[in-house]
Structure formats: structure tokens, C-alpha cells
Ligand binder design. Structure first.
Ligand SMILES: C[S@@+](CC[C@H](N)C(=O)[O-])C[C@H]1O[C@@H](n2cnc3c(N)ncnc32)[C@H](O)[C@@H]1O
Length: 284
């Protein structure tokens, strides 16, 4: 069995790495990069669903206080004629709805009447709107399948990655091409499970963003992922800010990033615990 290689190719992801338009570009201002996804072995591969966020759930509301919780609505008409699914539905306030020629309801009449009786069909706030099927949030897949376009408002951009790295290094711009933590975290979310003891290997560590992302992800979901990072002792440019503050090689930067990220995350965990204790003392 072959590992990685083209037979284990999964997909190509487009990451919108910047929001700024480069007006001095010759023809187009490139704002994306590609992430090529290969499995070690595609047989038996699982890609995790992503957690549903506010963005996905915002469409679900509960205007009629349905005890089954928030819902959204979907079309009950089909763009195709079916003999057994053309009939008239009378809305609660008396309006009659009949499919136009070439269309039909998605359910035969008996099924539709059951749905209506079960309050699974909405006729809008005035009880006269075109009937639509209620779809409850509690019934949808508890996760979303990853998509291939990753926008910066979700996984961040290079500018933010540089800024947060600078902040970690007390304002010194030590590395010019770090990846955002959010971007790497999304990769971890789809490919590793918190229950696993997975190792994440990054052979081109650079500023060691991968290490920080793994630790952040573990902090968030209590996971136990581990990382192995490799970085050549490539010399920093003697004119660079990094060199001036004594990081002679890229590997020096990688190692220091890990130390600083650990301290930052430990501080955050301690802060969260203190907050929890304070709240418990306030509301015993
Ligand atoms: C663009 S950086 C990686 C950035 C990193 N993902 C981050 O977020 O900071 C690529 C790194 O790979 C290293 N590198 C380049 N060619 C390499 C090779 N053939 N073997 C090992 N490392 C290499 C370089 O030293 C450089 O630090």
C-alpha cells in the first residue's frame, strides 16, 4: 500500500489569505493560496464534521414557540409533475394553494395532511402564506461537512498572523510569513479527534505556528494531540529584526515561539480557572 501520493489525494482548498487589494498587481490581485490535502491512506479515512456555529444556526428561529425548538423552512413544491401529488392545500386562514402546471407537492396528499396535523408545515405569520416544510435544528446533522473555500473572516489572514506573532514577541517582527493559528486549527478539527493521541508533524516549522495551534486546540476541547516540528538551523538575515534581538537562526525563533506560546496558554488556562472559581464563590 502506498502512503500519500496522488492516489491518496483528497481535495484542494482555497484559502483567502488577504483582504487587501494590491493595486500595483499587473493583471489581478491574488488573494488566495492553495492547501493540498492528501491522506496517508485514503482507505478508511474519516474527515470530521465541523461544529455548527452561529453562522449556520442563525437561519433557525422559533417564531411560533414550537416545543421542538428553532426551525427553518424549505420549499414543499417540486419542479416536476407527479400525478399523485397535485392537489389543493387550504391554509388555516382559507387561502387555497394548488401547484402550477409542471410542478407538484413533494408529498402525496395523505402524507401532507399528516405533516400539517403535526404542525410540520408553516403558512407564515399571517397563516396564509405558501406552505413550507418546517425543518428543526434538532434534526439536522450535528456538524457541517467541510467546504473547499476557506475565507479569511473564518480562518484569518496573513496580516493577523503576523500581528499576533509580533505581539507574542513583544512587538518584534521576527518572522514574515507565519500562518494564522485559526487556519491550522481548522485543519486539526477536520483531521484529528480530541480523544486521539494523534501526532501532528510539521516538517517546515518556520515560526512554529503549528505548535501553538495544536496547544490552542487541545486547550479548547481538552484534547491530547501532540506535535513534532522540524526546522533547519537556517540563518536569519543579519539585517533582520530577529537577528538583531539575537535569534540567529529560524530554528531559534521556532523554539522561542513554542516557549512563549506555552506560557501564554498556561496563563489563559489559569485565568479561566480563576474566573470559574470566582463565579462559583459568587453563586455557590
Ligand atoms: C514558510 S515557512 C513555514 C511557515 C510556518 N508554517 C509558519 O506558520 O510559521 C517554511 C520553512 O521551511 C523551511 N524549509 C525550507 N526548505 C526546507 C527543506 N528542504 N527541508 C526542511 N525545511 C525547509 C524554511 O527554513 C522555512 O522556515
Amino acid at each position: 500500500m502506498k502512503f500519500f501520493g496522488e492516489e491518496n489525494f483528497i481535495t484542494e482548498i482555497v484559502w483567502q489569505r488577504t483582504f487587501a487589494t494590491k493595486n500595483d498587481s499587473k493583471y489581478f490581485s491574488t488573494e488566495h493560496e492553495y492547501i493540498l490535502l492528501y491522506a496517508k491512506s485514503i482507505s478508511g479515512l474519516t474527515i470530521n464534521l465541523l461544529e455548527r456555529g452561529e453562522k449556520q444556526n442563525i437561519r433557525y428561529q422559533n417564531p411560533d414557540n414550537d416545543e421542538r425548538g428553532p426551525w427553518t423552512s424549505t420549499d414543499l413544491l417540486r419542479m416536476e409533475h407527479r400525478d399523485n401529488s397535485v392537489y389543493t392545500i387550504v391554509s388555516p386562514n382559507g387561502k387555497e394553494w394548488t401547484p402550477q402546471s409542471g410542478t407538484s407537492w413533494r408529498h402525496p396528499e395523505k402524507e401532507m395532511l399528516e405533516l400539517i396535523a403535526n404542525n410540520e408545515v408553516t403558512f407564515g405569520s399571517d397563516g396564509n402564506a405558501k406552505p413550507r416544510r418546517k425543518r428543526f435544528l434538532s434534526e439536522v446533522k450535528q456538524g457541517i461537512i467541510p467546504q473547499t473555500i476557506w475565507k479569511h473572516d473564518e480562518v484569518s489572514h496573513t496580516q493577523e498572523a503576523k500581528q499576533s506573532l509580533n505581539k507574542l514577541f513583544d512587538g518584534v517582527p521576527v518572522f514574515s510569513t507565519p500562518k494564522p493559528i485559526k487556519l491550522i486549527k481548522k485543519m486539526l478539527q477536520i483531521s484529528t479527534a480530541k480523544e486521539s493521541n494523534d501526532f501532528i508533524v510539521d516538517f517546515f516549522a518556520g515560526s512554529a505556528a503549528t505548535a501553538e495551534a495544536v496547544m490552542e486546540q487541545n486547550k479548547e476541547d481538552g484534547g491530547n494531540r501532540k506535535y513534532i516540528l522540524v526546522q533547519l538551523p537556517e540563518l536569519c538575515d543579519p539585517e533582520s529584526e530577529a537577528f538583531k534581538v539575537d535569534y540567529k537562526t529560524i530554528a531559534d525563533i521556532s523554539k522561542e515561539r513554542i516557549v512563549r506560546a506555552i506560557k501564554k496558554i498556561e496563563k489563559e488556562i489559569k485565568g479561566n480557572k480563576n474566573l470559574l472559581n470566582e463565579n462559583e464563590n459568587k453563586n455557590p
